[in-house]
Design a protein around this ligand. Structure first.
Ligand code: GLN
Length: 483
């Protein structure tokens, strides 16, 4: 059953080949036998999952069905889940049980989807390797000595090892696309505002966006249909009609204009990854697309700009964890200051502390203009680069990451090297554009991601473009050995 995509599972459930209870039990059994070595879940909720599955089967019997009824999913542990531990992979929230559901979680539950559990991640979604988790690193199912990418590494590994039918991730600077690339799955970060952030624990509010991580573009489209849409509880949520993302999947790509930014194919790109991406572009040529070189001239400023903006916002967002209202509280505080200081020192891990310090620094009175204001200006230039390119092309394509998955431990002592691995993904968030990663031909047995960036609210086109590739190739069907 687990080799099926969500759309195939939906068809099999509709045909009565198996029940949601049987399917859910199958995934729970797989998690129990395989996740010890992968560590993709922080919390598994077998009883609640089986109860939801039973309800889904009952609803189906009464003819109340949506395409996601009875489909077992996993949610990154950044999404609040009513009555279920929601830790953000931090010691700070190790004792936190959310009192309500995030909007996307509620929408999926209303659609009849089943929650298997909560997936591992980098603490507060800060990281590119899933090594910054209080619950230990996640192992890439393709090579367990390698990282699955981050910060949605648990969701990515769980989908890749088929420990769920699909999962939710969040992407602030690449955290859906980069782990999707490293684990050979399909992930889409929608336009900023397309998916509600209500109940999604904040890292950098002007960049964060939730999205689906799945085995195929068609599956991602099915999830996005339920996730997307206006939410009055999120003031940045877009009040735009939601198209049926599955409706255009089979549109022809004849005449599609694809732009390849020359800055995404520079010396920093691994030669084998480049060859794999070029091979993927040739598939589009054969499908009738027109390929042209374009330029995003401020790409070299993207990583530095991102790490100023994201850290500034994180330092502000994380100030709420003070040991008073919720989360970790130190023992026997001597006074209020001691309570703040020790609760935060004990609750946060090193990467989170590093970012709070950098963020506080760039926002401080003496440095605000030199760093934060400057970064805001550069953010505009980076967005303008994209606007100009979208006057000439429909979709931008390139590699998702400069290399395939790196070894666990390889970059932990060098935060700057870690940050540079985000070079192709962060600009898309700063512009608020939708971006996607789909599997291209692997290199030395490790997955490679083809990234595509679309214009605002053009998710349907990205999904169409991705789906057509997946009709021609079967990289997305490949599974790691031993799972
Ligand atoms: N890797 C980037 C970071 O560490 C992106 C994280 C994310 O998208 N949540 O900030």
């Amino acid at each position: 059953m687990h080799t099926h995509t969500v759309s195939e599972l939906a068809a099999a459930l509709a045909a009565g080949e198996f029940s949601s209870v049987e399917l859910t039990q199958h995934y729970l059994d797989r998690i129990a036998s395989l996740d010890g070595e992968i560590n993709s879940y922080i919390t598994v909720t077998p009883e609640a999952a089986l109860a939801q599955a039973k309800q889904a089967d009952e609803r189906r019997a009464q003819g109340e069905v949506t395409p996601l009824t009875g489909i077992p999913l996993a949610y990154k542990d950044i999404f609040c889940t009513d009555g279920v531990k929601t830790s953000c992979a931090s010691r700070m929230l190790d004792n936190f049980t959310a009192p309500y559901n995030a909007t996307v979680v509620q929408r999926l539950a209303d659609a009849g989807a089943v929650m298997l559990g909560k997936t591992n991640m980098d603490e507060y979604a800060m990281g590119s390797s899933n090594e910054n988790s209080y619950y230990g690193c996640v192992h890439n199912p393709w090579d367990k000595e390698r990282v699955p990418g981050g910060s949605s590494g648990g969701s990515a590994a769980a989908v890749a090892a088929r420990l769920c039918a699909a999962a939710l991730g969040t992407d602030t600077g690449g955290s859906i696309r980069q782990p999707a690339a490293f684990t050979g799955i399909t992930g889409i970060k929608p336009t900023y505002g397309r998916v509600s952030r209500y109940g999604m624990i904040a890292f950098a509010s002007s960049l964060d966006q939730g999205g689906p991580m799945a085995a195929s573009a068609e599956d991602a489209a099915m999830l996005l249909n339920t996730m997307a849409g206006f939410d009055e509880r999120d003031s940045t949520s877009a009040n735009e009609a939601v198209p049926d993302y599955t409706a255009d999947l089979n549109n022809s790509l004849q005449g599609l204009r694809i732009g390849l930014p020359k800055e995404y194919f520079d010396e920093g790109l691994d030669v084998d990854v480049r060859a794999s991406v070029e091979q993927a572009i040739n598939v589009y040529r054969a499908l009738g697309a027109e390929i042209k070189e374009v330029s995003l001239p401020n790409t070299n400023l993207a990583v530095a700009t991102y790490y100023v903006v994201a850290n500034a916002e994180c330092s502000s967002n994380l100030s709420r964890y003070d040991g008073v209202r919720f989360g970790h509280r130190c023992d026997d505080p001597a006074n209020l200051e001691d309570l703040y200081e020790r609760s935060r020192s004990e609750g946060f891990g090193n990467e989170v502390k590093r970012r709070i310090m950098v963020g506080t620094y760039v926002l401080s009175a003496g440095y605000y203009d030199a760093y934060y204001l400057k970064a805001q200006k550069l953010r505009h230039l980076i967005s303008d680069d994209f606007s100009k390119v979208f006057e000439e092309v429909d979709v931008i394509m390139g590699p998702t990451t400069p290399t395939t998955a790196f070894k666990i431990g390889e970059k932990v002592d060098d935060p700057v090297a870690m940050y540079l691995s985000d070079v192709y993904t962060v600009a898309c968030n700063m512009a608020g554009l939708p971006g996607m990663s789909i599997p291209a031909a692997p290199v030395n047995g490790l997955p490679v991601g083809l990234q595509m960036i679309g214009n605002y609210f053009d998710e349907a086109r990205l999904l169409n473009v991705a789906h057509q590739f997946q009709q021609q190739t079967d990289w997305h069907r490949q599974m790691p050995a031993g799972v």
